[in-house]
Ligand binder design. Structure first.
Ligand code: TA6
Length: 302
């Protein structure tokens, strides 16, 4: 049971950071400042919404999302860790790892000099987590909410041997109509086409979406841009410490099958995920750390 009065006493910032009960019994934190608003679930340190001041929502959250302890939330910024996709050897383990469905604790909250708000979270080491990942590994997420959204996912290897992780910020971006957007920044990158048996291909030109799309772009570290003519805006995705970019839209059949996309929800979202997946998994030496950092910003598109 979350002690909201203790949380607010320790980390609340009046009128800016408030912890409260959220949907499905999840504890959430609401952030509001002069530059924008956001909501996050403590489970998974999961950014659910982000709306810069004067803009339409930038992060998509399904109207049919199901909220419950231990269940992943459809939309927002799920944290995939310490593996991406299915577990390499144990099929019964959850896809995309367990970080997004276990409790995290708040370890910091502050107002930055530019008026943005920074919240710091740490994954709580539990029996269940250790059973799935028997290594001494610390995971923190540092989220800055302002006119931009920044997330720094930090993995620290506190073990005596090296570890190899896959990770991703599996971000669902809100778009006017996915059929109208183009995604730039992945030109000439090799990718694994999961809609074609994982075949390795090469991207020519910008990425457009006209059917179920599920691709892991490898060796991709440049900024990505989601051009949305319907909203006359561009979402710029900057990243560091990520060598893969996953582009995903389930389209009609898959989204209906998944059951938590809502009526035609697939039309208003596209996932552009900053990741380390497939060939790009990351090995961290004992005592070392790895940062997967992103910064999302809106630019006008005239
Ligand atoms: O990142 C794309 C992907 O791996 C898709 O294959 C699809 O499974 C998607 O993630 C959603 O996965 P989830 O476990 O959140 O339902």
């Amino acid at each position: 049971m979350t002690d909201f009065s203790a949380l607010n006493a320790r980390f609340g910032l009046s009128g800016q950071v408030v912890f409260k009960p959220g949907p499905g019994g999840l504890a959430v934190v609401e952030v509001a400042n002069s530059q924008g608003v956001a909501t996050m679930a403590l489970q998974g340190a999961h950014v659910m919404t982000w709306v810069p001041r004067g803009q339409k929502p930038v992060i998509w959250l399904s109207r049919a999302a199901k909220f419950a302890p231990g269940k992943s939330i459809r939309g927002g910024v799920p944290v995939c860790w310490p593996w991406f996709g299915p577990h390499a050897t144990v099929a019964a383990l959850p896809a995309h790892g367990f970080a997004r469905t276990v409790p995290w604790e708040v370890i910091g909250a502050q107002t930055l000099a530019d008026g943005a708000t920074r919240l710091d979270f740490r994954l709580i080491q539990s029996e269940s987590a250790r059973a799935q990942w028997p290594h001494a590994t610390l995971l923190e997420s540092h989220v800055t909410v302002g006119a931009a959204l920044e997330i720094d996912l930090v993995t620290r290897n506190a073990d005596r041997s090296a570890i190899t992780i896959g990770d991703a910020l599996h971000t669902y971006f809100e778009v006017s109509d996915v059929r109208l957007v183009t995604i730039r920044g992945l030109e000439a990158c090799p990718y694994l086409d999961k809609m074609d048996g994982g075949k390795r291909k090469q991207q020519t030109g910008p990425v457009t979406i006209g059917a179920e799309t599920d691709r892991i772009y490898l060796d991709s570290s440049a900024d990505c841009l989601i051009d949305d003519p319907g909203l006359k805006r561009r979402i710029r995705i900057r990243k560091r410490g990520s060598h893969s970019t996953v582009v995903w839209n389930p389209w009609i059949e898959k989204s209906v099958k998944m059951g938590d996309f809502g009526e035609n929800g697939y039309l208003n979202m596209v996932c552009v995920e900053s990741a380390n997946a497939a060939d790009d998994v990351v090995t961290i030496a004992p005592g070392g750390e790895h940062h997967l950092w992103v910064r999302y910003e809106i630019e006008p598109m005239n």
